[in-house]
Ligand binder design. Structure first.
Ligand SMILES: Nc1ncnc2c1ncn2[C@@H]1O[C@H](COP(=O)(O)OP(=O)(O)OP(=O)(O)O)[C@@H](O)[C@H]1O
Ligand code: SF4
Ligand SMILES: [Mg+2]
Length: 422
């Protein structure tokens, strides 16, 4: 019989809004008020802090394509463009939320960041060191400092091992971190840190509840004292009532240990609660990235807007009578994504020009890399809305006329992509 879940101090109850579904949503009249309300109490992290932080992780133009082979000779027929040119920086003590529909590349991004997958191109740098170019001692140090928490605590923990054995593993791989005679003491500290009973070290994972199992997964990720933790849907497999406890635990650990999180989830309520900034992914690309309040209260991309509008408002707050953007059908195949803007096949505002030009992220205030030591080069923005040449046969005026491009684009200040460190 699993012990009851331990509450974190700021726990305010279960997460109330459910996961975002991407299916068609019905139209209806608008009601005033924010699309999503806060779901859990607790001190909010000021968005203002997101800018000007010391950079711990830089992801630049990251691409991960999986080859698709076919035919008798198993020749390459194409590629699943799981992650296709993702860039962002993560500040010290910051949480960057990543949201998007199933299959948009969130887990591939997570695995590539921590070095479990190899990028096709682009780079991931932890405090300036390329995660994928490192070897030897440098790589071992990196592996310690950048850890991952996986979605499913049922499958991510070996059921044959006890908690003691599961938590001892990281120290057996990284033997130099802690002398053998101090490891048990450290494991007990870790278990207490995540709110479990140190007397239960000899239990197996199946003797714990889902939330407790995820606490074990978190303790294991923290064993080697990481600075960056990539959380890939860490609460999605948990009961709604337990989600808030695990999210609050992650927040407390962040405050106490100075952790930086990349927090991936498809539940927009959870992401809103924990994130300083939010990145919205669609078909392998980040389509919008900004401070939490910007993205949630003033979404700019039609896809972000549709995601937010798809979240149901709980009954006690009144009937849900918003006008909603229709997000019809499934996302296109990542093997053959649409030209130009990848969202154009589902975008209610799409025009011809969207087939040839891709909207880009708004430039963000730069994070600092080692303040006072190395100044971050300013974010670059290119000339305003540079359209790619149109394919043969397409009307040139649709692309080159400023009026046409402005009218075609949903962004009020649509600018070319700001590249970090460019
Ligand atoms: N090893 C692989 N080989 C081939 N294709 C892959 C591989 N891993 C992922 N993919 C494909 O890459 C795309 C992105 O997958 P990924 O698991 O990263 O999405 P996701 O956003 O995490 O989805 P979910 O929300 O369902 O977890 C999908 O089309 C998936 O089928
Ligand atoms: S208006 Fe065009 S560019 Fe903007 S999201 Fe829609 S399809 Fe993409
Ligand atoms: Mg995933």
């Amino acid at each position: 019989m699993p012990a009851p879940e331990r509450s974190e101090p700021e726990l305010a109850g279960p997460v109330t809004a459910g996961p975002v579904t991407a299916g068609p949503v019905t139209a209806g009249p608008v009601t005033a008020g924010p699309v999503m309300g806060p779901v859990m109490a607790g001190p909010a992290t000021p968005e203002a802090e997101a800018a000007g932080r010391e950079v711990v992780l830089e992801v630049e133009s990251l691409v991960r394509h999986f080859p698709v082979k076919g035919g008798l000779l198993r020749r390459r027929r194409g590629a699943v463009q799981a992650v296709d040119g993702v860039s962002f920086a993560l500040g010290r003590g910051e949480t960057l939320g990543v949201v998007g529909e199933s299959g948009c590349g969130k887990s591939t991004l997570a695995r590539t960041i921590v070095g479990l997958d190899t990028p096709t191109s682009g780079s991931v740098r932890y405090r300036g060191t390329d995660v994928h170019a490192a070897s030897g001692r440098e790589l071992r140090a990196l592996r310690r400092r950048v850890q991952i928490v996986l979605q499913d605590p049922y499958t991510s923990l070996n059921p044959r091992k006890t908690v003691r054995e599961l938590l001892m593993q990281p120290f057996e791989i990284h033997r130099d971190v802690l002398p053998r005679d101090r490891r048990l003491g450290r494991i007990k500290e870790l278990v207490e840190l995540v709110g479990l009973d140190p007397d239960h070290l000899d239990r197996h994972p199946f003797q714990f509840s889902g939330g407790q199992r995820q606490r074990i997964g978190i303790a294991r990720a923290l064993a080697l004292e990481p600075e960056v933790v990539v959380c890939d849907e860490p609460v999605s497999a948990l009961d709604v009532s337990v989600q808030a406890q695990v999210v609050n635990l992650l927040r407390r650990l962040q405050r106490e240990l100075g952790l930086s999180y990349v927090f991936i989830a498809h539940d927009l309520s959870v992401v809103r609660h924990i994130s300083d900034r939010v990145a919205v992914m669609y078909l392998g690309k980040i389509v919008e990235l900004g401070a939490r309040s910007e993205v949630y209260d003033r979404p700019r991309h039609p896809y972000t807007r549709a995601l937010l509008e798809a979240v149901p408002i709980p009954e006690p707050r009144g009937r849900d009578e918003r006008t909603r953007t229709l997000l019809a059908g499934d996302p296109p195949s990542p093997v053959d994504p649409p030209s130009g803007c990848r969202f154009r096949t589902r975008c209610p505002k799409a025009q011809d020009v969207c087939a040839v030009t891709e909207p880009a992220l708004r430039a963000e205030p730069p994070l600092q890399t080692e303040p006072a030591l190395r100044a971050e080069p300013p974010l670059q923005t290119g000339p305003a809305l540079r359209a790619e040449p149109p394919p043969e046969g397409e009307a040139e005026s649709a692309v080159t006329s400023p009026a046409a491009t402005e009218a075609a684009c949903h962004f009020p200040d649509h600018r070319p992509l700001a590249r970090l460190g460019a």
